[in-house]
Design a protein around this ligand. Structure first.
Ligand code: ADP
Ligand code: MG
Length: 671
């Protein structure tokens, strides 16, 4: 069987069905077999209707009196009917599932499973799943549930899979080194399990397969990187020692170690490919500065790419002050830069050593004389293409050394799989004298009593405040307070304070001006959207207020919170909730811990790898099965990939595997 063939080669799938499937992304046989059940319904052991107790039930019977009516509440339709068996009858109710009226024939028997409960004075089974008795594997009572695709509902897809039952035997293996079993068995077990255990066996095999692909992709990335040539930078002990001795503070041990790892990488003729991970405030910029200075001593140019103009400007201000005293020529290139042409000429002529900028750096007419080091700040904000674009600005036949920085710690399991090809340095230590940020969850109604006095105290003592809102403008359909209305309210409450607002729709130079005023303590309270999330460094700010905190992810909240606690005074963070519900696990964890590495692990458990990956890397890692928390399975796949690369590294034979991993390769590479 060629899995790349169209689904139309399956029994029961004509052009019409194929078109619907295609819209859902199911085009080939591979797509079809890999459209795995999202869950299973267990219809085994149905009970008599007259012996049901409230709770989850399974019954078997015929259904009649089906009808749909709109509910009094807007946009809700109610479909109800009566299910009968030999012992009695029960009402069944669905919401917004009008198609149910057409699903059943009155003379056929179905299984129903759902919650039996008392609603508005009557007993009913609410939103039961249903399956034709003849469709369910009678031995197991197990029935897969598929995600509905347009008019193809779970039951329809199950029927299609049933029709193709015989074709499973033809499915070829994907992996050259098959562990236990075969792919055809695994897929069959997942679609037609005879028990929960069997279904899991099938999924485990497929998870292994996915991990194998991921790990292979990242290993191949490494191999490809090793084929490139970079300009080596000899370690310049004296100059670096001198540089470090003139810093206004002592480096942390973690900073020292990271810098040392970077210098070692840059000494080589293979390009460095290193990720510098450090929690917010751990001092990544200083490590980048050392790498840049080292590169300058070897007459290479450096480009630092930052995701926002605010951040680029701030880096420029800090780094040019520091580096110009060592003779390094630093320039800023953002969309708002004046006399761009002139600057670009200087860059091309090699008169600028170190260019710091935003996306404006990526344009074709930004050319370098001898770009040798690329530094990406907040690397997850950039896609592969953008990073590649910058890397291609190095001289012909040369690749630049690459240092990517991120404040989002990578959980260990992701490190082993997705980011296996990267060298990683970790700043797991904050500069001395920092006090941990104290975080509290606060219900909106308590703001007046508990938060406003805190704001007064903070501003009166000369410190500054961030207030984060979700929306820019008021929107009557959501409950979230906007930046503008929050700022107005605060101005009324605190007429003596200097209050301004900031958001992403302002012009870049407007944003920069406000940020500049905040950085120089000309603003007491800055009401802002998450544009301040990344990197901004104002050590005098010591109070962070995040309104509608439930609307943000854990990693993002941690990032936002990291805007305070950067100076020597104690900082506080308030997570404001509506107070209607018990605070989420996310907020509780955040209240408990300031350790980014711990929070990243929690986040991985709460949200799964796909979303975590999104927070680490631009783009979507769409894993169907592998959870990336199974370190045993990861380890096994790792060993097998090693073996495969040693014995059978000729990828050309494995067409399907190659296609699968090239997608992963694009996603997981840094360069
Ligand atoms: P991040 O890792 O979040 O990017 P930054 O590089 O912005 O952190 O550094 C945070 C702050 O800590 C900056 O004000 C920086 O000057 C300061 N800093 C960096 N390294 C040290 C150190 N070793 N000792 C004291 N302060 C430091
Ligand atoms: Mg930073």
């Amino acid at each position: 069987m060629n899995l790349m063939e169209s689904v139309e080669s399956l029994k029961g799938i004509g052009p019409k069905t194929a078109a619907v499937l295609k819209k859902a992304g199911i085009k080939t046989l591979r797509d079809f077999f890999y459209n795995l059940p999202r869950d299973y319904e267990n219809f085994s052991a149905p009970i008599d209707i007259n012996s049901m107790r409230p709770g989850k039930v399974v019954v078997r019977g015929k259904i009649d009196s089906l009808s749909t009516r709109p509910s009094r509440r807007k946009r809700l339709s109610i479909t109800e009917g009566v299910v009968r068996d030999h012992s009695g009858a029960v009402r069944v109710v669905w919401f917004n599932q009008g198609y149910r009226v057409r699903q059943f024939s009155p003379d056929k028997e179905y299984y129903f499973t759902g919650i039996y409960e008392l609603k508005n004075g009557r007993y009913q089974i609410t939103s039961p799943s249903a399956a034709l008795v003849t469709d369910v594997d009678l031995n197991s009572g197990f029935s897969p549930i598929y995600v509905a695709h347009g008019s193809i509902k779970s039951n329809d897809f199950r029927r299609l899979v049933n029709n193709s039952r015989e074709r499973f035997a033809e499915i070829p293996d994907l992996l050259p080194t098959v562990p236990k079993g075969t792919r055809k068995e695994a897929l069959f077990k997942v679609h037609f399990p005879s028990s929960a255990k069997v279904a899991k066996e099938g999924r485990d095999y497929l998870a292994y397969e996915e991990l194998f692909e991921l790990i292979l992709a990242s290993k191949l990335n490494r191999q490809e990187n090793e084929k490139l040539t970079a300009s080596p930078v000899p370690f310049n002990v004296e100059k670096i020692r001198d540089f470090v001795s003139k810093l206004p503070f002592k480096l942390t041990n973690a900073q020292r170690l990271a810098a040392w790892e970077i210098f070692q990488d840059m000494e080589k003729t293979t390009p460095m490919n290193r990720l510098l991970q450090g929690d917010v405030g751990s001092g990544k910029t200083m490590v980048a500065a050392m790498a840049a200075y080292e590169a300058v001593t070897a007459h290479l140019q450096i480009a630092l790419l930052a995701p926002t103009a605010i951040l680029a400007t701030q880096h420029f201000e800090g780094l040019s002050k520091l580096l110009s005293s060592f003779g390094v020529k630093v320039a800023l290139l953002t969309g708002a830069t004046k006399k761009k042409e002139e600057l670009k000429k200087k860059i091309l002529a090699g008169e600028i050593d170190f260019v710091i900028g935003t996306h404006a750096l990526l344009t074709d007419d930004t050319e370098f004389k001898n770009l040798g080091l690329v530094i990406i700040d907040e690397q997850h904000r950039f896609g592969v293409e953008q990073r590649q674009k910058l890397a291609l600005k190095s001289p012909k036949d040369k690749a630049p050394h690459l240092l990517a920085m991120t404040a989002t710690p990578i959980p260990r399991s992701l490190q082993l799989t997705v980011f296996g090809d990267l060298d990683v340095s970790i700043l797991n230590e904050l500069p001395k004298g920092r006090q941990p940020i104290e975080t509290s969850i606060l219900a909106e109604i308590d703001m007046k009593d508990k938060l406003y006095p805190e704001i007064l105290r903070t501003v009166k003592s000369g410190q500054q405040v961030y207030w984060i809102c979700k929306a820019i403008d008021d929107n009557p359909t959501t409950e979230t307070t906007s930046v503008k209305s929050r700022a107005t309210k605060l101005m009324k409450l605190f007429p003596d304070f200097r209050i301004e607002f900031l958001h992403g729709r302002m012009k870049p130079n407007e944003k920069d001006e406000i940020m500049e005023r905040f950085a120089t303590n000309k603003i007491d309270i800055l009401v802002s959207t998450t544009v301040v999330e990344v990197g901004v460094d104002v050590p005098n700010a010591s109070l962070m207020i995040i309104e509608n905190a439930e609307n943000y992810g854990l990693a993002q909240l941690h990032q936002l919170r990291g805007r305070v606690g950067r100076g020597s005074v104690k900082s506080y963070c308030y997570l404001i909730t509506s107070g209607e519900n018990h605070p989420s696990r996310r907020l509780l964890e955040l209240e408990k811990s300031t350790d980014g590495f711990y929070l990243a692990e929690v986040d991985l458990k709460l949200r799964g790898p796909g979303e975590i990956y999104g927070a680490l890397q631009h783009g979507a890692l769409d894993l169907r099965i592998a959870t990336l928390t199974d370190t045993k399975l990861i380890h096994r796949a790792q060993l097998d990939v090693e073996k495969f690369l040693q014995n059978d590294g000729n990828m050309l034979k494995y067409e399907e595997l190659r296609a699968g991993i090239s997608k992963y390769q694009q996603l997981t590479t840094l360069n």
